[in-house]
Design a protein around this ligand. Structure first.
Ligand code: SAM
Ligand code: SF4
Length: 327
């Protein structure tokens, strides 16, 4: 599948809008409802859509949420997903709080070798303030256990916010000195009414300057197939990598190879654009495989050439929260 000259081979599947955390930058600040269970795509339905998407050229899948590991029977779903032969790469983004050693071993036995874990601070009190939960130790343990068990690379997603954790940039970066982690600083994307104000956004240039003034010049690192939009660097002599994901300061839309499936069964060609196409209800009403494939293809014709978060003239600033789309 091609959308605006971009080959589309990557499907991000959000398996739930529910989460055991309440990250300041992600969940709405006002009371919000979760999606009714019957409106959430079943595993069977997700697998059917995924198989059809694979027939159209999808080879990579990332499972996300909400928090994927809060959904019941997630391992039985992952097992069936991993059995889809044409899928060459399956990875998961998780907050890590529920990832015990036993579960990480199970993931590895299924063939899942890449994990992105989210961690914004090395200070347990700050962690509780950001996530609303006192689970720092669980997440830290999950990160180090994943590393110990051979997950490679362990990628750590970090969102830096002014006045909250902008004093942690160096601490987080220092982890790469001794461990082969990829610490990826993601620019905060204002989506919906979170507790975070736009003025708290810290852009890559500032983060990079802070890192270089402490650790010296960051050396660019050759890109590999699984880098996605991260621009990668390394501190001289470090074991790990520092990555920057810059949706705001330098959008990467021209290279975007993604399609998203939300937990409520809509296809979304762009995270930062409100356009969505329902595929779940046609499926439930008996659509054929060919009809469902046509919905996938039609959705991609609406993939925008760039997003509107930095351009006020572009309509359609995302009103959905990350948890309801899938980050
Ligand atoms: N719950 C899982 C987790 O936290 O890793 C998966 C879903 S979460 C929505 C996926 C990623 O999106 C996380 O790394 C999180 O830090 C990031 N994220 C959430 N809201 C964001 C925002 N407004 N701007 C930038 N990144 C955000
Ligand atoms: Fe949950 Fe992940 Fe959002 Fe935090 S970033 S609230 S862990 S979905």
């Amino acid at each position: 599948m091609i959308a605006g000259n971009r080959p589309i081979n990557y499907l991000r599947i959000s398996v739930t809008d529910r989460c055991n955390f309440r990250c300041l930058y992600c969940v709405p600040s006002s009371p919000f409802a979760v999606i009714a269970h019957k409106k959430i795509a079943s595993y069977e339905e997700i697998l059917r859509i995924t198989r059809l998407a694979c027939e159209l050229g999808i080879t990579k899948v990332r499972i996300t949420g909400g928090e994927p590991f809060v959904r019941k029977d997630i391992f039985s779903f992952l097992e069936r997903l991993c059995a889809i032969e044409s899928l060459k790469d399956i990875s998961i983004t998780t907050n890590g709080a529920l990832l015990t050693r036993k579960k990480i071993k199970k993931l590895i036995s299924l063939g899942i070798k890449r994990l992105n874990l989210s961690l914004d601070t090395l200070d347990p009190a700050k962690f509780a303030r950001i996530t609303g939960r006192d689970r720092f130790q669980n997440v830290k343990d999950a990160i180090f256990t994943a590393h110990e068990l051979g997950i490679s690379p362990v990628k750590i997603n970090t969102v830096i916010l002014r006045g909250i954790n902008d004093d942690e940039i160096e601490n987080m970066t220092a982890l790469t000195l001794d461990y082969p982690f990829h610490i990826r600083f993601i620019e905060y994307m204002p989506m919906g009414d979170t507790a975070v104000k736009k003025q708290q956004q810290v852009l890559t240039r500032e983060i990079k300057e802070k890192i270089e003034s402490r650790f010296g010049k960051l050396l660019p690192v050759q890109r590999t197939a699984n880098d996605g939009p991260a621009k990668k660097y390394q501190i001289t002599g470090a074991a790990g990598i520092v990555g920057f994901i810059t949706p705001i300061s330098s959008h990467f839309c021209s290279e975007c190879n993604r399609l998203r499936l939300t937990s409520r069964g809509t296809l979304r060609p762009c995270l930062l654009n409100n356009y969505e196409k329902d595929i779940l209800n046609p499926l439930r009403k008996g659509a054929s495989d060919d009809e469902l494939k046509q919905i996938i293809v039609d959705t991609l014709t609406k993939k925008p050439l760039f997003h509107g978060l930095t351009d006020p003239s572009v309509k359609g600033i995302p009103i959905s929260h990350m948890t309801s789309i899938g980050g």
